[in-house]
Design a protein around this ligand. Sequence first.
Ligand code: FAD
Ligand code: MLT
Ligand code: ZN
Length: 452
Amino acid sequence: MNATDPLDSLRGVVGASHVLTGELTAGYVVDWTRRWRGQCAAVVRPADTAEVAAVVRICAGANVAVVTQGGNTGLVGGAVPEAGAIVLSTARLDDVGSVDDLSGQLTAGAGATLAAVQRSARDAGWRYPVDLAARDTATVGGTIATNAGGHHVVRHGMTRRHVVGVEAVLADGSVISHLGGLVKDNTGYDLAGLLCGSEGTLGVVTRARLSLVAAIDDVAVALVAFDSIETAVGAVGRLRRHLPEVEALELVFEDGLVAVGEVLGATPPVLGPAVVLVEAVGGPDPATALGDAVAELDGVIDAAVADDRVRREELWRWRDHHTETIARLGASPPHKLDVTVNIRSLPEFVHRVREVVARDAPEARLWLFGHVGDGNLHVNVTGLPPDDHTVDLAVAELVASLEGSISAEHGIGRAKRHLLGLTRSEAEIRAMRSVKEALDPQGILNPGVLIP
Ligand code: FAD
Ligand code: MLT
Ligand code: ZN
């Protein structure tokens, strides 16, 4: 970028102290896993939608790429800039409006964290059910742009289900805004829905109208150890059928629990070849209902049940700490895959992915965990050179052979662009490319992300 031209214009819009250059950009050019690294001409931090629009217009005029970044917790390198780009940080768009008690909705800035939205909802007697371990850093804009999943998809769906409308800046600097909170509005294409999962390639989300659900008081959590992956997966349907409501169904394995225990300095409450975390709500006494339901399951070798908040959180940390624990293992960052298969194929996938990694990378270690209720497993491999993609490809091919998806919830980003064709047809990719070209003909929004 010519230092005397667009950067000065950007300073004129957002103020000189909100255009960061040189060393000050260091934290914005590497991702959370430290596997994806880039460079940028500057980091720009606009304060409101009008400033975002002006920034995008300046960049479009100078043909400079714009990489939008929220909390930078994405796991596919989608917020990492390529040389010459500017990073548009949403950090200052962090307002959270009050809850509309009639509709159960609130409007939040794209840079507000998930935790801030959850807090506002809770303070008003409601709940924002999108939840993930990165809640304190991941933002509203980032979770929309990745259509984030997380712990409660089995009951509440992914982020898209909770987005009633958005305000966004398009590639030419124009603003679209639909924040009136209309639940029913079939007037043409669902632009908010299209921006969900668009990974910063179609527009910059600046604010969103989000729908909330009723707060819950009585919650019970169990960690249940099974004698095999088959019995663990077999429990999923039965738990959903026998409990009034299931909020979460998560899966971890013995080696992951032991590794988490080493980091936490604690002993796992249960151990077994496959361990399911189940969160139950509803009914007069969810803890008793959960205990009774677990007692009826096949293959249970141990279980721990909790209904008070402190003990529930203690059980949850054995699941939530997997990502951070695995990130600390090995000399180089883990290779992270995020796949779904039909839940019926999950046991087969677990056995076969172990064989694939043992065959293609005998020196590496495989870590599996995920959201068993959604058929979604996180396949992490440590001890591999960062640029060796052999195992990534082999795992993705296995997923494709089982008619699964190579990205369940993290998106495609830079990491999986070359794999998209494994589970999306040529016609689908052509349609995606047409949408991209129509909305961003210059290709300035997140070039190199998503579209192969
Ligand atoms: P960023 O990382 O900043 O950006 C992610 C993508 O969104 C990029 O392509 C970026 O360009 C785009 N983007 C960001 N903001 C905007 C905006 N305002 N407008 C347009 N595009 C934008 N993900 C899950 O789905 N489920 C999980 O359970 C889960 N658990 C996690 C646990 C940990 C410990 C960590 C580190 C990550 C986890 N993630 C999970 C991944 C990550 O938190 C999500 O992808 C999250 O949605 C990213 O939000 P962010 O604000 O950090 O976005
Ligand atoms: C999770 O479910 O914990 C995440 O999606 C993060 C990860 O895959 O590491
Ligand atoms: Zn996940």
